[in-house]
Ligand binder design. Structure first.
Ligand code: IMP
Ligand code: MG
Length: 179
């Protein structure tokens, strides 16, 4: 059980907004000659990041969502990735950017990258993440890396701006931490 009064601010709304805009500008530049861009948000954690990123990217993007889960409760990953909804439209020939909230152990990212490579038929597949905790990567997934990262952070459990602890605090407009 986490009380709101225990949460310290790690990144303010303004800091997040600036980073998201920076990332959107990079994507606009990298994809300027490319059509058929699809942002695929990974629910639930990426919903706020995806909606801000999609509005900051000037190029037009199709928006899709999938839902996976690797946390049962609390602040430790269950160690397995549960596919809750992997329903996708036809993506053959399209340019997919998977939009994640955070890469931690790397298991979810590995699962998603393999899934899209095998099942989607997309022309290109990239991974954009709001946060990366490289120090938390499990040894066998050390080479898992996002193509676009807003913030690299140390081993802190963070919440807010879409991220939760036990389904709480996703609605905070800033990023906080509890340790
Ligand atoms: P991974 O599979 O261990 O890399 O974990 C990825 C997923 O765990 C993320 O997409 C998040 O949903 C969740 N997660 C990992 N670290 C945090 C955190 O610090 N706060 C909230 N959720 C987290
Ligand atoms: Mg996630």
């Amino acid at each position: 059980m986490v009380n709101k009064s225990d949460i310290k601010i790690l990144f303010s709304e303004e800091e997040i907004e600036a980073k998201v805009k920076e990332l959107a500008a990079k994507i606009d530049e990298d994809y300027k000659d490319i059509d058929d861009i699809v942002l695929v948000g990974v629910l639930k954690g990426s919903f706020i990041f995806l909606s801000d990123l999609a509005r900051a990217i000037k190029l037009s993007c199709q928006i899709e969502f999938i839902r996976v889960s690797s946390y049962d409760s609390g602040t430790e990953s269950s160690g397995t990735v549960k596919a809750l909804d992997l329903t996708l439209p036809e993506l053959a020939g399209k340019n997919v950017i998977i939009v994640e909230d955070i890469v931690d152990s790397g298991r979810t990212a590995k699962f998603l990258l393999d899934f899209f490579a095998l099942q989607s038929g997309a022309k290109t597949i990239k991974l954009a993440t709001l946060f990366d905790k490289p120090c938390r990567r499990v040894p066998e997934l050390k080479d898992i890396q996002a193509d676009y990262t807003c913030f690299e952070i140390d081993d802190k459990f963070i919440l807010g701006y879409g991220l939760d602890v036990d389904q709480e605090f996703r609605d905070l407009p800033y990023i906080g931490y509890i340790q």
